[in-house]
Design a protein around this ligand. Structure first.
Ligand SMILES: Nc1ncnc2c1ncn2[C@@H]1O[C@H](COP(=O)(O)OP(=O)(O)OP(=O)(O)O)[C@@H](O)[C@H]1O
Ligand SMILES: [Mg+2]
Length: 864
């Protein structure tokens, strides 16, 4: 059990994990400031009972799925683990291990053999190809010395078959290995799940030298080491998460074929690495997830930028015993063209760097976007389909069970007896879930206050603790199985459905959504960087063992996670960039089977950046990325996959993917926006936009109040209010509709944003020269202006919303009587607010902020 901690420290920590304040205070009140017990209560169960600790915690690396706990009977009944045909409903409690971690063992994720024909020999030509030419004449050429080439490839094939069970390399993998054979630096840009890891793992098996891999996350390094051990390759990782201090010494003595290091640690290891480079030698430095190098990427990590030390220190000019510079191999699935340039420059990669660029297109991913408020009130509607999918697959299992043989049934029955403890917990967890869902509304203020703390960064899970960081070859490597056999190990508790990852923006939502799903009968778990490490470890393990149906996570979960059968990635809220979105979505369907990537977002609310420290330049870039992402969600006419790959500089060609919501539903009807466009642009030009010819061209008074009035560049809100006020037929139009029109006009280059740091939606629209030309020509020409309305415009037309306070308030302002009444109302409102705040001061029980409530609980406890 954890040592007791101070109550306020504990409450703050639990708020950070995303739990509801009321639930925390009730739990602390019930069991006192004891971390483990409070957590136990919060996560849905009662305090641990004797004998449960071992089952839950560290000693058991992956809580066996009911079916995994006993041998599976053969035949179709093998799908059904429970004699009553009812799968045990998981609560979040199930995923919390004891604080003392045990040795983490293999999740034994099956390796999947993708057909070699799926190698990206795609006819689509990367737009960024010209970038390669900047890097020197040798770029993209294969090894010139072809004498030893077939020899080398024979050796590669032997190693590939022996250790990984694959019959051939993908074409891009071959190109990368060719570059390595030629001692050349290489930048690898290949889709998620395409098999980049193999590019740096194979060299370790072809020479007696060591491969050093720089990777951003302990969990990712751990995952890869585990797999390598299963393939009969020794590996270890070094960094803050390494629990065994001897591993570093052994690694620097060359005892592991592959050494994973986090970027912070490699800077410290320069001298030992130089010795390693002399004997036994370093075959290459691989920098995985290399987009982290770039400030313009979606996941900048400052320590990655310092990796230029690798080129500076491990060149043949610096180390005389080297015949060639030690090659750098940089790999990523999500780098736009500017990011690629930044990577080459920042890492000081050679002028002759080979760029291996494959198609980013993932043909088995089905993208779609849905409008949702993404709040507690919409969970029921939005997750109905997901819940139905898993419940339906269980019903199927139940039917199979009813036909089971007696012998199968008896083994299930005995399992059920031993599982009765779990069922008790479920009752608790379900009722707890209920409570939480009901209470969420009251705690929204806490969410907002803690938004800064809610932000999960990749760095946040860097201390993902593991009990062992050394991975020696397994006596029976995975390779002894054929890929097909390996696949069978992933036959799952999730039925045929495969697991789902739901990404939410805040830690609090991980708990809320997971609670909701558990309550609805799914085996779901929350995952965010602030949760106990034992819990994170267990979620990882259960996810890999197919023991969980849904993981509800922040971005902290999953970079580079290679699990073949993830069937659905749901983004519940807009990601911060399309790079992040594509990388997260890319965790689906790595087995090549059809998988869904659904994004739920609120079309009516323009997203803002999550708080983070950024320079002004980075803020601009971050807004640009967020804007691209928002526009992706609002798109109604272009294939989603096309937008995504184009974002990474790839020309998709004319056809769409034929699978996404746009390709299947088709675009909406085009609309002639000429009239509205003229009205909008006339107002920008300082004209009234009135109903008659006369009014249209009469000048309007220039607003001079505020920094940006009509005298300068108009504020978007003012433009819309002005149109509504002057033109009765537009009186009911929504601001989001006009924002949609401004996006169309911006696309045509008729208007542009005047603000220095453009936000997601247009704030200060101004006319361009093109726009002026259009306005002038529109008087004489009959040319229509056809365009597709975007998703926000369609929604605004379908669900007209009442005026916002602002426009309501602004209308009729010119009338002195209306003005007098409104000002009086405003004064009354001010008086009311003053009274409320005074009464709050007088009544300490009416706490509104988390801080106030926390202070009150502590004061009450102290009194006791
Ligand atoms: N030549 C091959 N033939 C068949 N399968 C392969 C081959 N190379 C790799 N794979 C499989 O592809 C899967 C994905 O590999 P990997 O994890 O290296 O992807 P990745 O490109 O690094 O993805 P991410 O960008 O998400 O990290 C693995 O399960 C691996 O076994
Ligand atoms: Mg990878």
């Amino acid at each position: 059990m954890d040592p007791d901690v101070s109550a306020d420290g504990l409450i703050a920590e639990l708020l950070d994990m995303g739990f509801d304040f009321d639930a925390i205070s009730a739990a602390v009140g019930a069991v006192g400031p004891r971390r483990a017990e409070v957590l136990e209560l919060l996560l849905g169960g009662s305090a641990p009972r004797a004998g449960q600790e071992g089952r839950r915690g560290g000693g058991v690396p992956c809580r066996p799925a009911p079916s995994a706990a006993r041998p599976r009977p053969a035949g179709k009944g093998a799908k059904l683990p429970n004699p009553r045909g009812r799968l045990r409903q998981s609560s979040i409690t199930d995923h919390v291990g004891s604080a003392t971690g045990g040795r983490k063992e293999s999740g034994r994720e099956a390796s999947t053999s993708l057909p070699c024909s799926s190698a990206p020999g795609d006819p689509r030509v990367p737009v960024g190809a010209d970038f390669c030419s900047k890097l020197g004449p040798q770029s993209r050429s294969l090894v010139e010395n072809s004498t030893g080439e077939s020899d080398q490839m024979d050796r590669v094939s032997a190693v590939l078959q022996k250790h990984f069970g694959f019959s051939c390399l993908k074409s891009f993998q071959k190109e990368v290995l060719d570059a390595w054979f030629a001692h050349r630096d290489c930048l690898v840009l290949a889709a998620t799940g395409s098999g980049k890891s193999l590019c740096f793992q194979i060299p370790a098996l072809l020479t007696a030298k060591i491969v050093v891999v720089i990777s951003p996350l302990i969990s990712l390094m751990h995952d890869q080491c585990l797999k390598l051990a299963n393939h009969g390759i020794s590996a270890c990782f070094l960094g803050s998460g390494q629990p065994d201090s001897r591993v570093e010494g052994k690694a620097m003595a060359g005892m592991y074929k592959i050494v994973y290091v986090c970027p912070e640690t490699i800077l410290r290891l320069m001298e030992p690495l130089k010795k390693l480079a002399e004997k036994p030698g370093i075959a290459l430095f691989a920098i995985d997830e290399v987009h982290c190098v770039s400030k313009w990427g979606h996941d900048f990590r400052p320590d990655y930028r310092r990796l230029s030390v690798l080129r500076e220190n491990f060149s043949s000019s610096k180390l005389k015993f080297l015949k060639h510079d030690i090659p750098l191999m940089a790999l990523t699935a999500t780098a736009t063209i500017p990011v690629r340039e930044d990577i080459i420059k920042s890492l000081k990669m050679s002028k002759d760097t080979t760029i291996v660029l494959t198609s980013f297109f993932r043909p088995n991913l089905r993208f779609s976007v849905k409008h949702s408020k993404t709040s507690v009130s919409s969970y029921g509607k939005d997750f109905q389909e997901l819940i139905g999918t898993y419940n339906a697959s269980r019903k199927g299992q139940q039917i199979i069970h009813e036909n089971d043989t007696d012998s199968e049934r008896s083994s299930y029955e005995s399992w059920n007896d031993s599982a009765s403890d779990y069922e008790d917990e479920n009752v608790d967890s379900a009722s707890h879930g209920d409570k939480n869902v009901g209470k969420t509304k009251t705690s929204m203020s806490v969410v907002k206050e803690n938004i800064e703390n809610e932000l999960d960064l990749y760095q946040g899970v860097d201390d993902f603790d593991v009990s062992c960081g050394e991975f020696l070859e397994c006596s029976r490597p995975e390779s002894s199985k054929s890929p097909a056999q390996s696949n069978q190990t992933s036959s799952s508790e999730c039925g045929d459905q495969g697991p789902t990852i739901v990404y939410v923006p805040t830690r609090k939502e991980t708990v809320e959504v997971a609670n909701f799903l558990c309550k609805s009968g799914l085996r779901a778990a929350a995952y965010n960087a602030k949760m106990p490490k034992s819990h994170l470890r267990q979620v990882h393990q259960q996810f890999h063992c197919n023991d969980l149906e849904v993981v509800v996570a922040t971005i902290a979960f999953g970079m580079g996670i290679d699990k073949s059968n993830v069937r659905r990635i749901i983004h519940y809220g807009l990601p911060q960039s399309l790079e992040a979105y594509y990388q997260e979505a890319g965790r689906a369907g790595r087995d090549g089977k059809l998988s869904d990537c659904t994004l739920y977002c609120n079309f009516f609310r323009a997203p803002t950046l999550l708080p983070n420290k950024r320079s002004e330049e980075q803020t601009k870039a971050a807004y640009r990325m967020l804007r691209d992402c928002f526009h992706y969600s609002l798109n109604t006419s272009t294939c989603r996959a096309k937008i995504l790959v184009k974002y990474f500089g790839e020309d998709f060609g004319h056809d769409g993917c034929r699978m996404c919501d746009i390709c299947t539903n088709g675009p909406p009807q085009m609309h002639d926006f000429k009239e509205e466009a003229i009205v909008f642009m006339n107002v920008l030009q300082g004209r009234s936009g009135g109903e008659t010819e006369d009014m249209i061209y009469s000048s309007v008074p220039h607003y001079s109040s505020g920094r940006r009035g009509f005298g300068d560049v108009p504020n978007f809100r003012m433009v819309v209010s002005h149109i509504r006020e002057k033109l009765p037929r537009f009186a009911a139009t929504d601001k989001m509709w006009w924002q949609g029109l401004s996006r169309i006009l911006e696309g045509l280059r008729y208007v542009q944003e005047a603000a220095e740091t453009p936000r997601v939606s247009m704030q200060y629209p101004e006319l361009t020269e093109e726009g002026l030309k259009f306005l002038r020509s529109s008087q004489s020409e009959e040319q229509p202006l056809y365009a597709y309305p975007d998703a926000a415009m369609l929604l605004a037309m379908k669900e007209p919303r009442p005026f916002s306070d602002f426009s309501e308030w602004g209308r009729g302002w010119a009338d002195p009587e209306i003005r007098r009444q409104r000002l009086a109302g405003k004064k009354a409102g001010r008086r009311k607010r003053k009274w409320r705040s005074r009464s709050r001061q007088q009544q300490p029980a009416g706490f509104t902020t988390a801080k106030e409530r926390l202070a009150a609980i502590l004061a009450k406890k102290r009194k006791r």
